[in-house]
Design a protein around this ligand. Structure first.
Ligand SMILES: NC(=O)C1=CN([C@@H]2O[C@H](COP(=O)(O)OP(=O)(O)OC[C@H]3O[C@@H](n4cnc5c(N)ncnc54)[C@H](OP(=O)(O)O)[C@@H]3O)[C@@H](O)[C@H]2O)C=CC1
Ligand SMILES: O=C(O)C1=N[C@H](C(=O)O)C[C@H](O)C1
Length: 239
């Protein structure tokens, strides 16, 4: 993703690529190079440290790396708040998925969730992915769970008594299944069921270029959005 983002920024008429850094490099290099915005596609173990370093440097951040939790996002909000009281306004955008089809699928799923008794999520990815379930699936399940709770829905019906390991991960009460298969890139299916009917919302990213319009939009928008924004749907005014 890092290489694809660098190529997209270089090709954007309104942007200039001033630095590219890899594992082992000092994040301060991006500020020294004059960057206004840094884009982080790294690994879950390091992304939080990177973003705190960028906030200290006064550099806006667009983050695609997965692994964020309510607790780690809370630490960012606190840090951004401290910087704001010191007079430094920094924006951070974390998006679990920058693909338009994925953002729309998540938005449609959140809207549909209140109308169905059952909901489950299947995410399908290339076998080099190090984390499961995907950030996109976790975000989707969280949005479904929130909509179900607001609508007063209880748990999805499930008579399972044994073999829970085959029922996927429990993300906020929504079952999430992760498939890793050679040939895939990034795909998600959200399944809703009622007595006698089913709705399936499916999105497919066949190529990493599908994430680039969203990343470029995030770079353009983050400079005028101080504080933490989670999800490209907020930048696209879809939420
Ligand atoms: N939000 C979105 O739309 C998308 C999100 N993602 C997420 O982005 C992340 C990266 O995905 P992807 O590019 O496929 O993964 P890769 O494994 O291909 O790339 C990760 C990169 O991070 C580098 N890296 C590792 N450790 C550090 C470190 N300490 N500091 C700086 N860089 C480091 C790696 O360097 P090296 O090779 O030298 O180890 C590598 O270049 C994942 O969390 C993935 O889930 C992916 C696609 C879309
Ligand atoms: O690792 C990937 O490839 C992807 N990761 C993100 C995720 O975990 O949701 C986004 C997209 O699915 C591609």
């Amino acid at each position: 993703m890092g290489a694809t983002v660098c190529a997209a920024v270089e090709a954007a008429p309104d942007m200039e690529l001033v630095a590219r850094i890899d594992a082992g490099d000092d994040v301060a290099q991006v500020a020294a190079a004059g960057a206004q915005v840094a884009v982080d596609f790294t690994v879950p173990a390091v992304t939080e440290d990177n973003v705190h370093a960028l906030i200290d440097l006064g550099v806006h951040a667009v983050v695609g790396t997965t692994g964020w939790t309510d607790v780690s996002r809370g630490r960012l909000v606190a840090h951004l708040g401290r910087k704001a009281t010191e007079g430094t306004s920094v924006g951070v955008l974390i998006a679990p998925n920058f693909g338009l089809s994925a953002v729309l699928a998540m938005t449609f799923a959140a809207k549909a969730a209140r109308y169905f008794e059952s909901a489950e999520v299947i995410e399908l990815h290339h076998p080099n992915k190090v984390d499961a379930p995907s950030g996109t699936a976790t975000h989707t399940a969280g949005a479904i769970a929130k909509a179900r709770a607001e609508a007063g829905l209880g748990a999805s019906p499930d008579a399972t008594e044994s073999g829970w390991e085959a029922r996927g991960a429990d993300v906020d009460g929504v079952r999430v299944h992760a498939v890793r298969l050679r040939g895939l890139v990034a795909h998600e299916e959200i399944l809703f069921g009622n007595e006698g009917e089913q709705l399936i919302i499916r999105q497919d990213s066949f190529d990493r270029v599908s994430f680039m319009p969203g990343v470029l939009l995030g770079i353009r928008e983050v400079v005028s959005r101080p504080g933490l924004t989670v999800g490209l749907e907020n930048v696209m005014d879809l939420s």
